[in-house]
Design a binder for this molecule. Sequence first.
Ligand code: SAM
Length: 284
Amino acid sequence: MSSILEETKFIMKKYNIRASKRLGQNFLIDENVVETIVDCSNINEEDLVIEIGPGLGTLTSKLVEKAGKVICIELDSKMITILKDRFLLYKNFEVINDDVLKVDLKSLIKEEKANGKIKKAKIVANLPYYITTPIIMKLLEEELDLESITIMIQKEVADRLVAIPGDKNTGAITYTVYYYASSEKILEVPNTSFIPEPEVTSEVIKLNIRKEPVVKTQNKEKLFKIIKCAFMQKRKTLVNSLYNAKILQDKKQGIEILKKLNIDENVRPEELTIEQFENISKNL
Ligand code: SAM
């Protein structure tokens, strides 16, 4: 039996923990996966690490050894008791008992950076799968002062996040991720690496936040509204989707814009690059 598995079982028994399905609790028990996540995050003593959903503290125990400071955000108050006991002696450990979607991460990072020792902020997490997308959108759209985001999520979602716009397997979120970050696949993780086992295969990915967005936009809100509306109806052409979402007054207007930009009038949203979406946005 792996030592992490033994440790996890011991902690769960000691604190009488039953994993909550509702809170997406699948605890990591694979030493190699833990090492890989921590290694590829490149953490040093000048880093603030924000860990979302630390659970029993498996990843946390490695993070506190490397980072200048670790701030954990955990919704389940039972986990808070465990984490406070487990990391009592670590001066660089702090835990916030809240829903990560409600936490003001911008102010948190600003305050930590203001005290001098912290130079960079990084997110590390084995995310609760039921809110993967809202968490990622929050981390990116709030334009936090982050260096990188290393997360374990469902493989199916991971593949969409790391796809390049214009390739297959894209969705509106592909464009958001690409706009703010360059992304890399790190490791595929089987469901046997967790207890309880999730129904899906997982994947660790890393998003390296760009210093400058990949495309200069005239109006970012408008660009992403158009992208979201374009992907709202699967398998429809761009013109049909934008017309149905009332972005276009009539289909003729859309066809004329596409003609002007040398794009086929029957183009589907997933065939477009982010630059092409920006050109369409400018013409609307
Ligand atoms: N990091 C641990 C590990 O790798 O073993 C646990 C990961 S588990 C997949 C997800 C964790 O996120 C759980 O501990 C769960 O309680 C917590 N969680 C669920 N919803 C949350 C939310 N909205 N905000 C913060 N934490 C949340």
